[in-house]
Design a protein around this ligand. Structure first.
Ligand SMILES: *Cc1c(COP(=O)(O)O)cnc(C)c1O
Length: 229
């Protein structure tokens, strides 16, 4: 397992995919997903220039945040329990998994208390793989309207997880759907284009498809660090 080679390979594949989508390579950010990955391996990635990391668990993030250099950019990507919000701080660059009203309320309350405006993405259950995998497509409009009443939560775009073991055509369909949802929100003037810049979609299995369909953030774990199960 060579983390440097893996990252080089992934960056090359993204460069090719992004050209197919008619964008510049700087428009795609790689979040290296570090769940279950030891700190030494994360440091290795850091040393070859990967500074954006994603964790699922708040307590894991806390440990790693302390041990890694301060210029790392940390994203939270997993389902966020409301009783863990108190452990977050302004070192969390982006929360990918705003998926319910209770989380919006609690994030806002904690943000107000500590004067932090949380940057978030709304997780959308495009593939309907799992009842807990985000807001339903039909709920996104209203939810985003509601967010306006919560000034300590800023939504910068949408996130989705594909379906486990789906075929590439279906996966592409889910990613395209997420982009269309975002575009419709802009068309309906619920937000303007600059307010919803991000689509977080694509993991080790399917990040090239996601980039072709407009991903600005890909979340890649096992293709960088190897599979640990
Ligand atoms: C684990 C995880 C990833 C990365 O998955 P890989 O298949 O290892 O690339 C991405 N997003 C979320 C939400 C995850 O939990």
């Amino acid at each position: 397992m060579n983390i440097n080679e893996n990252l080089t390979d992934i960056r090359q594949k993204i460069r090719i995919a992004v050209e197919r989508s008619g964008r510049r390579v700087e428009t795609v950010k790689i979040v290296a997903v570090t769940k279950t990955i030891p700190v030494e391996n994360i440091q290795e990635a850091y040393q070859v220039g990967q500074k954006v990391f994603g964790e699922n668990r708040v307590q894991e993030w806390q440990k790693k945040n302390i041990l890694l250099p301060a210029d790392c950019e940390w994203h939270l990507i997993g389902r966020l329990q409301t009783n863990k919000i108190k452990y977050l701080d302004s070192n969390v660059a982006l929360i990918h998994s705003l998926d319910r009203f209770s989380l919006l309320e609690k994030l806002n309350a904690e943000g107000e208390k500590r004067q932090i405006i949380w940057k978030t993405l709304i997780q959308v259950n495009v593939a309907k793989d799992d009842a807990k995998a985000g807001l339903e497509v039909e709920e996104v409009n209203d939810f985003l309207e509601t967010v306006r009443d919560y000034p300590y939560v800023q939504v910068l775009g949408l996130m989705t997880i594909g379906k486990f073991n789906a075929c590439p055509e279906d996966t592409r369909g889910y990613f395209r759907k997420l982009r269309e949802i975002r575009d419709a929100l802009i068309r309906k003037d619920i937000r303007n284009k600059e307010e919803l810049p991000h689509l977080s979609m694509g993991m080790s299995q399917d990040y090239e498809l996601a980039v072709e369909e407009g991903a600005t953030i890909v979340r890649i774990g096992s293709s960088i660090f190897g599979s640990r199960n």
